[in-house]
Design a protein around this ligand. Structure first.
Ligand code: S3P
Length: 172
């Protein structure tokens, strides 16, 4: 299908890397959160607050199914929790080559300090929440991915170079 998919924890850089990679590889970029917000005509925070997380998770699976039918040669960044569902991990593999942007909890905490757009981190101890969610999630990200890019301390340029090298070596 020629799609390049970026997965990883909130704040690992999927959206920015997606945009830059899109420019570099000359492929259009798609983001599952943005697709869901566009379709639902409301923000992720509104969806969580009004209909709850389960509803949002079903929308993520619907979104992947639609993308499988409709996109070729895209860069696709996906919400941080999407690979937690087994069905979604299978759908990701069908959709394209999956890159896991892997970061330490400390890196994520520093990047997302003060962020109000992630409902799961609006709690009294976001640092601890990040640490425990990451501990639960890492194995699923690993299972869902074809390649892992460790992003801590790297510039976007370095990350893009690594993805491009992997992509060109393995997948073209
Ligand atoms: C979530 C990550 C968010 C968004 C929602 C839930 C998660 O996307 O889908 O807030 O469960 O990790 P980003 O990873 O783009 O922040």
């Amino acid at each position: 299908m020629g799609n390049v998919i970026l997965i990883g924890f909130m704040g690992c850089g999927k959206t920015t890397v997606g945009f830059r990679l899109s420019y570099r590889l000359r492929k259009p970029v798609t983001d599952t959160d943005k697709e869901i917000e566009r379709e639902e005509k409301r923000s992720i925070s509104d969806i969580f607050a009004t209909d709850g997380e389960e509803y949002f998770r079903r929308k993520e699976t619907d979104c992947l199914r639609k993308l499988i039918k409709s996109v070729r040669n895209h860069i696709i960044s996906v919400g941080g929790g999407l690979p937690m569902r087994e069905v979604n991990r299978q759908l990701l593999h069908e959709l394209g080559q999956v890159f896991y942007l892997r970061a330490e909890a400390e890196t994520i905490y520093e990047r997302l300090r003060g962020d109000t757009t992630r409902p799961l981190l609006q709690c009294s101890d976001p640092k601890e929440r990040i640490r425990s969610l990451m501990e639960q999630r890492d194995e699923y990200y690993m299972e869902a991915s074809d390649a892992v890019i460790q992003v801590d301390g790297k510039s976007f340029e370095q990350i893009l170079n690594e993805i491009e090298a992997e992509y060109l070596n393995k997948f073209k």
